[in-house]
Design a binder for this molecule. Structure first.
Ligand SMILES: NC(=O)c1ccc[n+]([C@@H]2O[C@H](COP(=O)([O-])OP(=O)(O)OC[C@H]3O[C@@H](n4cnc5c(N)ncnc54)[C@H](OP(=O)(O)O)[C@@H]3O)[C@@H](O)[C@H]2O)c1
Length: 276
């Protein structure tokens, strides 16, 4: 996600310095006019806005801690990874420690919307940060929802929306697996659903991936499994039972144990069978 997002910022005419743990993966950004830094500190030095898009709360915490020598008070930090409720508090405290203006801004949308600059940004943070973020969010997303002035609300909304996309993927996979298991062509499920009230772009994308056996990652099983834990934790804290997403988590763990962790979350399909 970070790579296409940084590319879009650069193409929008913003001056971008990028850092990625595995530097080689960020090098294509040089052709877009971005500088690829050798350390987090070098990446943040002199920036008006710092954007983080990494796996989880620990990775973000480590990267911003390592960036400390390059940080200066007053910089705006848009934290766009999916980190969950506990981590967002920890990161907000880290921002205070360094005098940064923290904006909790996770995104809805997978790799393709990220490439097209069509993410939906779920932003929560002080109004004072908004002018600096306007060109940044404008390059990354089709829409920004400013939900609240205090961090946490963006991540709370993200927990709700990602629970929907993850659960939907799991039920699409189960329906196709069941049809196949009952001796039918799973493509028949697609034929019945397509164009009717149960249809959706998400159903189309995930059923196509499963039927074509194309599990090139848009959103990995590994990251989806991480999100199910964050969602269940958020539900528990709020006193809301989340049976479906908990079951989706079990499926991702089974798929991951069988070596599908780096494939798209549509590979939850394989969790329906004892082998494969
Ligand atoms: N893909 C989606 O559809 C999607 C949609 C919305 C939100 N998200 C969220 O966006 C975030 C990134 O997702 P992604 O799909 O881009 O994941 P990804 O392909 O797994 O990339 C993870 C990134 O985090 C870095 N990273 C992991 N552990 C690290 C550590 N300990 N220290 C420093 N860097 C570390 C990786 O660096 P290396 O390259 O060195 O491994 C890589 O840049 C996640 O929070 C995910 O839940 C994803």
């Amino acid at each position: 996600m970070g790579l296409p997002m940084a590319g879009n910022l650069s193409r929008a005419g913003l001056r971008v310095t990028a850092w990625n743990r595995t530097r080689d993966k960020a090098l294509p950004l040089e052709a877009e006019g971005a500088v690829v830094a050798r350390s987090p500190a070098e990446a943040v030095e002199g920036a008006d806005v710092v954007v983080t898009m990494l796996s989880d709360g620990d990775a973000v915490h480590d990267a911003i801690s390592a960036a400390a020598p390059g940080l200066r008070g007053g910089q705006v930090w848009a934290q766009m990874s999916t980190v969950g409720l506990a981590a967002v508090e920890r990161l907000s405290a880290l921002a205070r420690q360094h005098g940064l203006t923290f904006v909790d801004a996770p995104v809805q949308g997978t790799r393709q919307p990220a490439e097209q600059g069509k993410l939906i940004i779920l932003a929560a943070g002080p109004a004072s940060a908004r002018p600096a973020l306007e060109p940044v969010f404008g390059a990354l997303g089709q829409r920004t929802l400013w939900i609240a002035d205090e961090a946490g609300a963006g991540t709370r909304l993200k927990m709700a929306t990602v629970s929907y996309s993850i659960s939907l993927t799991a039920v699409v996979a189960e329906a196709l697996a069941l049809a196949g298991g009952l001796g039918l062509d799973p493509g028949l499920v697609r034929q019945v659903v397509t164009g009717g009230p149960m249809d959706s772009p998400y159903f189309q994308a995930k059923s196509e991936a499963i039927l074509e056996g194309d599990f090139a990652p848009s959103f990995t099983v590994r990251n989806a499994e991480k999100d199910t834990r964050l969602i269940v934790e958020a539900g528990r804290a709020a006193g809301v039972r989340l049976d479906v997403v908990a079951a989706a988590g079990e499926r991702f763990r089974r798929a991951q144990a069988r070596g599908h962790g780096e494939q798209d979350m549509a590979a939850t399909y394989f969790a329906s069978f004892d082998e494969g």
